[in-house]
Design a protein around this ligand. Structure first.
Ligand SMILES: *Cc1c(COP(=O)(O)O)cnc(C)c1O
Length: 452
């Protein structure tokens, strides 16, 4: 088949999300209470999440139906196209077939509305009137603002300070969709005030912003908190992308030999790849699944597989995951969405079991790949997405040398229209490579050992 785009019709869309829990190669370790270290039950999560999402978080059902009201909203942009990167292939002179599943066509320009819409819906069903959250580069805050607007819920976003200052357009997008955005740390919460007292010039971090958003939710009536990545239910909502992709590959009469995706918390990656994981683990199909992260935040490649908090103030439950430690403050690299200290427990388990391979790449190489993609395929990728493009290009170049006709799929998580200042830095030669010093990982090992 030599079509540029493989479309599904709306009537062919998957009707249920895929929950990988029953198919994991080992049981997930339970989340632990932040103070007692004992496994927690649903009641501990009830102050911050609606019951329906808590049930999904712990569910062992393989398929969970997508409610009609969620589907109606997803259909604004779904199904998203699976595209063949013919021009990139030609530029590389590779015998590989390169595809990308294009999630940049959503209103917010990334995969994030897939879960934002579902989460806003379940909150609405349980009478929630106000949702708090954190955002790094602003993609999650804008996706949730969009979704809350549709379901008539107030959305309050704690945005990591460095991004708040560097990326005013994302904030304006949130405000356009009716959201409210604060530069975190703020003086609105105890967690924020404590950090500001200690270090008034802090660039902020996702861990700090999460502490603020959770505290705000716990202390206000009819308010819940929402997380855009990491948790099981979030990853599950994203599986619609991989499920669509499977149907599209059937239409194209092709099958991926390799899927490459970028990892921040792990949600877009899980969405593209989890629907393929069972056939890989059962040995039905040989498929390489590669998770790509920045060398500046090498959670999966160099982090510790340990229990850790999701946030800086040690308020969230402890999750067993790959982590750089909850005190991690990332270097201000340009892939804002890939700077979280942890990674999803489900994904971490699969990396730990060797089912998924992880690689880290430097940001200059990432932007070189982004530029090549933009100049061949036209679409301008997000810096996060470009991590996956970097590895896909490297693999396609290997195919040129070996003559292998591999089918390589890029999880195209979003566009880079709000990241042009990063492109400017790259084009003017100001972008430098950076790898996390080993001392910082060793320091995390020291303070995390108490939660092993
Ligand atoms: C947020 C974001 C990511 C990283 O988050 P995950 O939960 O790992 O998917 C990657 N790409 C884009 C475009 C994003 O907006």
């Amino acid at each position: 088949m030599d079509d540029n785009k493989i479309f599904l019709s709306e009537s062919e869309m998957p009707q249920a999300w895929y929950n990988i829990n029953p198919d994991l190669p080992a049981p997930l370790k339970p989340p632990l209470h932040p103070a007692t270290g004992e496994p927690i039950g649903p009641e501990m999560l009830a102050p911050i999440f609606p019951m329906a999402l808590i049930e999904q978080e712990m569910s062992m059902e393989r398929w969970i139906d997508i409610p009609d009201d969620v589907m109606d909203v997803l259909k604004i942009w779904r199904p998203s196209p699976l595209q063949r990167a013919f021009r990139l292939e030609k530029e590389l002179g590779t015998p590989a077939r390169i595809y990308y599943k294009n999630e940049s066509v959503s209103p917010a320009g990334s995969h994030k509305p897939n879960t934002a819409v579902a989460q806003a819906y379940y909150n609405k069903m349980e009478g929630v009137e106000r949702i708090t959250t954190e955002t790094g580069a602003g993609q999650w805050g804008s996706a949730l603002s969009f979704a809350c607007q549709i379901f008539d819920i107030a959305c309050e976003v704690y945005m990591v300070r460095v991004s708040f200052e560097q990326k005013p357009y994302r904030r304006l997008l949130m405000e356009t969709w009716g959201g409210t955005c604060y530069s975190s740390p703020t003086d609105r919460t105890e967690a924020g005030r404590a950090i500001l007292a200690e270090n008034p010039d802090t660039p902020g971090s996702l861990g700090i912003a999460i502490s603020e958003a959770v505290e705000d939710a716990v202390k206000h009536e009819n308010t819940k908190y929402s997380l855009g990545s990491v948790l099981n239910h979030v990853l599950m909502h994203q599986t619609i992308t991989g499920l669509e992709m499977k149907k599209q590959f059937a239409i194209a009469d092709d099958y991926p030999d390799m899927i490459v995706g970028c990892v921040g918390g792990g949600s877009n990656f899980a969405g593209f790849t989890f629907p393929y994981m069972k056939e890989k683990m059962d040995g039905e199909r040989e498929i390489e699944i590669i998770a790509v992260e920045p060398t500046a935040c090498p959670t999966l490649t160099r982090g510790l597989y340990n229990y850790d908090f999701g946030d800086n103030a040690q308020m969230t439950p402890l999750l067993k995951m790959f982590t750089l430690g909850h005190k991690f403050v990332p270097a201000p690299i340009h892939a804002g969405g890939l700077r979280y200290h942890g990674a999803a427990p489900q994904l971490s388990l699969l990396v730990n079991q060797g089912v998924i391979e992880a690689r880290a790449v430097q940001q200059q190489g990432v932007f070189e790949a982004a530029l090549m993609f933009a100049r061949t395929e036209g679409h301008l990728p997000a810096p996060e997405t470009s991590h996956a493009i970097r590895v896909a290009i490297d693999e396609a170049v290997k195919c040129r040398e070996t003559g292998e006709e591999k089918c390589i799929v890029i999880g195209y998580s979003g566009h880079g229209h709000f990241d042009l200042s990063a492109y400017e830095n790259f084009l003017s030669g100001k972008l430098v490579d950076y790898a996390l010093p080993q001392e910082e990982i060793d320091a995390a090992r020291d303070y995390l050992c108490q939660w092993e």
